[in-house]
Design a protein around this ligand. Structure first.
Ligand SMILES: [Fe+2]
Length: 469
């Protein structure tokens, strides 16, 4: 999942405008600080939505002013981009994805040519499924001759507490390469461990708190993906949970892109169908977070996104029904990677509210990540119907051959149901009202705001959740 742009910063000559502004400390009062940032942004024709999102980041400092609640800041921002798309242009972007993809049957053997023989490798995996799907043996064989330390037991929704134990093992054994084999959770854990092992601060949780801005390096990570879903195999994102405080936070760093990722569809044949269902829905909604916003005059990104959605619609039910169908599983696996490797998000507005709200639901209730998304996405669309209408209509026509924005919402829920994915809180016996209250309070505490217009704050998130009873 990519969240970097939501709260991220723009770069100019390699230096973040915001960081530069913050470091300069030349603007003594809140309003002046913001005015200066906005003026600079406007001079570079950056859209104001990004400023809204950035200043929403808790603890953000500009000059001597500290911002933690976006609601106080929004009136200073001025009019937003038109949701009709008038005046919107494809945004400036930098695209770099350094991960080498090794795709197809038998490609795990290629690892031996990718990890230098003198590396001390931490072989990271989860609950032992790698020993049932043949991955463990193939990896051990490929790593023959190298010093290998195994660390298992990474949970779904990987825990900070477990990762710290792995960091100790890395330091104790002077590990200089991490090989993570598993689904997105194991990969996310590997990336966090890689950054935490070189972190200079006292408490590595600060990496999550700062969303990766304080990461200055990481041990190289390689990946063997066994569960298509998160896109973690080809991006710089990681999501980690803290059991002690029921928090689930993400971070982004350019240092944690895997140097290579092996994607062998055959290693996924033995996955439980629920995992496959979750993967299809997660990948589908990763596309939506980058696509279903407002027209941004980025026709190629739209077509890329629609091609991934169409592919998931075509092969999703088939790969659930026939797990051993290599062709269908390969198409799903590659679609899930392309859904979140930054390509379709280049220069376009992004939403990510479904993920931001969903993370809180997982943290409070333990629902699977994709289960939360399937509940929330239709709610976001219904609550933000007017501002998303044009893209909903485009999506309905191009992906479903249907007319009308309402039809797009209906077809999407039907698609989730066809994968046996529930879309209501009542399906899990959870009170939508209670969930709304909890998430509203959590958003308030953190000063969260999300959505492509920066208009989904605590109250809007609560309204979305209440509508999904
Ligand atoms: Fe996701």
């Amino acid at each position: 999942m990519k969240l970097s742009r939501v709260c991220g910063s723009r770069e100019k000559n390699g230096v973040s405008l915001y960081e530069r502004e913050a470091a300069a400390e030349t603007v003594p009062v809140r309003k002046n600080a913001l005015t200066a940032i906005i003026a600079e942004e406007k001079s570079h024709q950056f859209v104001p939505e990004d400023i809204i999102k950035f200043v929403a980041k808790p603890g953000f400092r500009a000059g001597n002013a500290e911002f933690s609640h976006t609601e106080k800041i929004l009136p200073l921002i001025g009019p937003k981009n038109s949701s009709e798309g008038k005046g919107c242009v494809m945004d400036n972007f930098i695209f770099k994805n350094p991960t080498e993809i090794l795709f197809g049957k038998g490609m795990i053997a290629e690892i031996k040519n990718r990890i230098p023989g003198d590396r001390r490798v931490l072989f990271l995996y989860g609950g032992g499924s790698v020993k049932r799907n043949g991955v463990y043996e193939q990896v051990k064989s490929a790593l023959r001759g190298r010093k290998v330390v195994e660390f298992s037991g990474i949970e779904p929704n990987p825990l900070f507490e477990t990762c710290l134990k792995a960091v100790s093992a890395v330091k104790k054994n002077r590990i200089n390469f991490i090989l993570a084999a598993g689904g997105g959770s194991v990969l996310d854990a590997g990336k966090f461990i890689a950054a935490a092992a070189l972190f200079r601060g006292n408490d590595p949780w600060a990496i999550l708190k700062e969303q990766g801005a304080n990461v200055t390096g990481a041990i190289p990570v390689g990946a063997v993906l066994t569960l298509p879903a998160t896109g973690s195999e080809s991006n710089g994102n990681s999501v980690i949970s803290k059991a002690a405080t029921s928090e689930k936070l993400h971070f982004y760093s350019p240092f944690i892109y895997p140097v290579f990722s092996v994607l062998d569809p055959e290693t996924t044949f033995s996955l439980p169908s629920k995992f496959v269902r979750n993967g299809i829905v997660d990948a589908f909604i990763h596309v939506m977070e980058q696509y279903l916003t407002y027209p941004a005059r980025a026709p190629l990104q739209d077509r890329f996104a629609e091609a991934i959605l169409q592919t998931l619609v075509d092969v999703g039910p088939l790969t659930l029904r026939k797990p051993g169908d290599y062709e269908a599983r390969a198409a799903f696996m590659w679609a899930a990677t392309l859904a979140l490797n930054s390509l379709i998000g280049c220069g376009v507005p992004q939403d990510w509210s479904t993920h931001m709200i969903g993370h809180e639901i997982t943290a409070f209730y333990g629902l699977d990540h994709a289960e939360t998304l399937a509940i929330i996405l239709p709610g976001v669309w219904e609550q933000k119907f007017a501002s998303k209408k044009k893209k909903l209509e485009q999506y309905a026509g191009r992906v479903w051959g249907a007319a009308g924005a309402h039809e797009a919402v209906r077809k999407t829920e039907e698609f989730f149901h066809s994968l046996h994915m529930p879309t209501r809180f009542s399906d899990y016996g959870i009170s939508a009202e209670e969930a709304a209250r909890k998430v509203r309070d959590r958003f308030r505490e953190r000063g969260y705001v999300c959505g492509e217009h920066g208009d989904i704050g605590p109250e809007a998130a609560a309204k979305i959740l209440r509508s999904r009873a």
